[in-house]
Design a protein. Structure first.
Length: 155
C-alpha cells in the first residue's frame, strides 16, 4: 500500500520532469526557429501564446501515475529520457525550424491599407503578428524582411 507522501512525491517528480521537458523543448524552438528568423521577442515557454496548460497537467498526471506504479516506473523513466533526447535534437537548426513551424506558424489573413492579404505568420503575440515579406537565405536580409503587423484593437 502506497503512502500519501509517496503519491505526492511521484506527482511532484512528474511535475518537475514535465517542466524540464517543456523548458528544453521551447528553448530549442527559440534557438532554432525564433533566432533563425531574427524575431526580436522576449520568449518564455510559459507565455500564454505558446504554453498549453492542459497538455502540461495531463503529462504531469501521466508521469506522476507512471512513476508511482512499481511495474511501469522503469518504462516511464525510459520514456522521459527518450522525450528529453527528442527535445534536445530540436537544437539542431533544421529539426528545430520544422518543429517551430509546426507549433508557431499559421496561415492568416490581415488587412493592409484596406485590402486583405493572406500571409504565413511566423509568430503571434497578443499585440502583433510577425511574418516575412520575402524569404532569404541570408540572416540579415531575412531579419530586415520581418514585418511586425500590429493587430487592430478590438472595441
Amino acid at each position: 500500500m502506497m503512502k500519501v507522501t509517496e503519491i505526492l512525491q511521484s506527482f511532484l517528480l512528474g511535475l518537475v520532469l514535465v517542466f524540464l521537458l517543456f523548458c528544453v523543448f521551447w528553448a530549442a524552438i527559440y534557438a532554432s526557429y525564433m533566432q533563425y528568423y531574427g524575431i526580436a521577442e522576449f520568449f518564455n515557454p510559459f507565455f500564454r501564446n505558446v504554453f498549453n496548460p492542459i497538455a502540461f497537467f495531463i503529462l504531469t498526471a501521466i508521469f506522476g501515475l507512471g512513476l508511482m506504479l512499481p511495474f511501469v516506473d522503469k518504462l516511464f523513466k525510459i520514456l522521459f529520457f527518450i522525450l528529453l533526447a527528442c527535445a534536445l535534437l530540436l537544437f539542431m537548426p533544421s529539426l528545430g525550424k520544422v518543429a517551430g513551424s509546426i507549433f508557431l506558424a499559421k496561415d492568416q489573413i490581415i488587412t493592409l491599407q484596406g485590402e486583405q492579404k493572406r500571409i504565413q505568420s511566423l509568430y503571434e503575440t497578443n499585440y502583433y503578428i510577425v511574418y516575412l515579406s520575402a524569404d532569404s537565405d541570408d540572416f540579415e536580409t531575412r531579419k530586415r524582411n520581418l514585418v511586425y503587423y500590429e493587430k487592430p484593437i478590438a472595441k
